[in-house]
Design a protein around this ligand. Structure first.
Ligand code: DC
Length: 231
């Protein structure tokens, strides 16, 4: 069967990764969480002291970019690929509030974007990939056969993240999460290099009110139509 490239972009906490994972599992495609890659670079920067007095020392990070090796590995008994930073599984560490607070600043750096975009293009070069992020349909794979752009009300997105943190027993307030979500939206949409924008040919899905199952069926139908060459 013909393999296509599926790009899923959108705001943070809109459930992009949930639908991307479901779709990849159903179609037998590779799933790539590009946000995890920006988060892993941010974790490296935090660990290596590139943030001083609440400021990201960009040059310090850029000078050390070559030392960063990122890989996705599938663990025995798991469906999802987990991210490894220089040989270490950092899947848990990259979801911390600290990383969330810095990641949009790291993602503003063109040198970081260049490195990660090249890696992403390499991972998707044979098609059969579902990639989620902010610039997949506009920069990484502008020729993707199916592009989805996901949005949802910011309060609803913050509420979803808040519940996730609570389930994991982490003590973060709703206000802190809401502030992080809206600040990341602001930086992601206004940065100079590859800002988050809907590609002209992307299909917008607002899931403020939609449940995950209905959303998956909508996206799956779109993918099936594209694979069959119906649209
Ligand atoms: O999807 P996420 O919330 O894990 O992404 C974390 C940050 O990484 C997000 O605030 C913006 C950045 N990002 C990006 O700039 N480009 C991508 N393709 C993916 C993520």
């Amino acid at each position: 069967m013909k393999k296509i490239t599926i790009a899923i972009d959108g705001f943070s906490s809109t459930g992009k990764s949930t639908v991307a994972k479901q779709l990849a599992a159903y179609l037998g495609y590779i799933y790539v969480d590009t946000g995890a890659m920006y988060r892993a670079v941010t974790l490296f920067a935090l660990r290596e002291g590139c943030m001083k007095n609440a400021v990201l020392e960009s040059k310090k990070l850029i000078d050390r970019l070559e030392e960063i090796k990122l890989e996705f590995k599938i663990e025995l008994g798991q469906n999802n690929a987990l991210i490894y930073l220089n040989g270490e599984n950092v899947e848990k560490e990259i979801r911390s509030m600290d990383v969330s607070q810095w990641v949009s600043h790291v993602a503003e750096l063109s040198e970081v974007r260049k490195k990660l975009v090249e890696l992403q293009q390499q991972m998707g070069k044979n098609k059969g990939v579902v990639m989620d992020g902010r610039d997949i349909g506009t920069v990484v794979f502008p020729e993707a056969e199916l592009k989805i752009f996901m949005t949802a009300d910011a309060k609803e997105r913050a509420q979803r993240r808040f519940l996730e943190f609570q389930e994991k027993g982490k003590s973060v307030s709703f206000e802190e999460i809401y502030a992080n979500v809206t600040e990341r939206d602001r930086i992601d949409t206004t940065r100079a290099d590859s800002p988050l924008i809907k590609a002209d040919d992307a299909i917008e899905i607002d899931n403020t009110q939609t449940n995950r199952e209905d959303q998956f069926h909508t996206v799956l139908q779109l993918a099936k139509d594209r694979i069959a060459g119906r649209v």
